[in-house]
Design a protein. Structure first.
Length: 403
């Protein structure tokens, strides 16, 4: 440990105001309410925007009033998200949050935020967590977590270095995230252009008109057989492929495990359709089952699976699904809603193949580009963790602070 540094428990120099176990009556307007859902890793997000009545504020906040710069910590669901209160307006807290108020002149507020984001302290917190389904930490254990505390002026120097570095990193991340969005928009724009073509050489048909009828399994005919089952979570939204299946039989199959799928079928999730879960069934999965939460589109010989698949990714189709979906908790569309969608199809099979090749090449390039960008985002997060580790090992200020 660096000279002048010491270790102490969280409770030694920090006042903890625990708002757990209480759910306030919410109102349409009033005092802004902050819960664990608003606290992210290093920042507060506005959504969900909730309020309590102004008249209830004093009574509700009798455990303690937060100050500007206080550190907010989530105790579960999720555990150990950390942010700093950097707004001057009156706010209320509830549901799985603790406000930490460090002792003035002993522990800097922003230093504490960074400290709680550091890998070592987070590892210590999680090692003290409990709960089989949802990991949380008891207040008595949280208070005993050991933290390093350098001299106050050195804390200020560490904060200044991290603030500068993290601002640059966050800007770099924002630029990369914008590049990812631009890549997705370019791919989307090209799809929309291809499927908006009409006139001579093109015809417009519904999906129902270009797809064959499919069948559901009759379990009484397959009493002793097993099948691989594609449920709603089996299709990855990122890769648009089946990433996992479960083995089912007549005895253990979920009630939704009914639709028979074959190679070349295109399946699209009709539950939460705007999540864009779609894929083409390959030879490995052929002859198995998918959930009734998918519509199975089996193309006739006059159209390719790829043409249907790419159409399902267009803005036109997704806008239609959004307008037709029903249900607040589990929005869904029907198979007929999907099959009633109209798409443009080239009369020439050569032109169809040429356009499919264009879309596949662009998709491949887009996915490769996004993968590279995502790796850069991971590298920047790793850089943050590395700097935090150095900061609380006393390595960031070795030259700036005399030992």
């Amino acid at each position: 440990m660096r000279e002048g540094w010491k270790y102490c428990s969280l409770e030694q120099h920090i006042k903890l105001i625990d708002y757990r176990g209480r759910t306030p009556k919410k109102t349409e307007s009033g005092v802004k309410l902050i819960t664990a859902k608003n606290v992210k890793l290093g920042y507060l997000q506005n959504y969900p925007e909730e309020f309590i009545a102004e008249d209830n504020y004093e009574e509700w906040m009798r455990r303690g009033i937060p100050n500007y710069g206080d550190v907010i910590f989530t105790t579960e669901a999720p555990l150990a998200n950390v942010a700093q209160l950097l707004i001057h307006e009156k706010v209320a807290f509830a549901q799985r949050t603790i406000v930490m108020q460090p002792e003035s002149g002993i522990l800097d507020q922003t230093f504490l935020k960074y400290l709680l984001l550091s890998p070592e302290v987070r590892d210590d917190i999680f090692s003290n967590g409990t709960g089989a389904t949802v990991t949380g930490i008891k207040s008595s254990l949280l208070k005993k977590i050991q933290i390093p505390i350098p001299p106050f002026q050195e804390q200020k120097q560490i904060v200044a270095i991290l603030d500068k570095a993290f601002t640059a990193i966050d800007q770099a991340k924002a630029n990369i995230e914008k590049n990812i969005e631009n890549a997705k928009e370019l791919f989307q724009s090209k799809l929309n252009d291809i499927f908006s073509q009409k006139g001579e050489g093109w015809e417009e048909k519904t999906l129902g008109e270009v797809c064959e009828k499919t069948k559901n399994i009759k379990w009484q005919d397959f009493a002793s057989e097993e099948f691989e089952y594609v449920d709603l979570s089996s299709v990855s939204r990122e890769t648009l492929s089946v990433t996992e299946t479960t083995t089912v039989n007549k005895e253990n199959a979920p009630s939704r495990a009914k639709k028979i799928i074959h190679e070349g079928d295109v399946i699209f999730a009709t539950t939460r359709p705007t999540l864009r879960r779609a894929t083409i069934i390959d030879e490995e999965i052929s002859g198995n089952l998918c959930s009734t939460g998918y519509v199975v589109l089996r193309p006739t010989e006059n159209i390719s699976s790829d043409w249907i698949f790419f159409y399902l990714l267009t803005t036109k189709f997704m806008d239609r699904m959004k307008s037709l979906q029903r249900g607040a908790s589990y929005p869904a569309v029907s198979d007929n809603d999907v099959k009633g969608s109209k798409l443009s199809i080239p009369r020439s099979k050569v032109e169809e193949k040429q356009n499919i090749l264009i879309m596949k090449n662009l998709q491949e390039k887009t996915n490769s580009l996004i993968k590279n960008y995502e790796q850069k985002l991971e590298d920047l997060e790793d850089l943050k963790k590395s700097m935090l580790k150095k900061a609380f090992a006393g390595e960031l200020t070795e030259k700036e602070v005399a030992v």
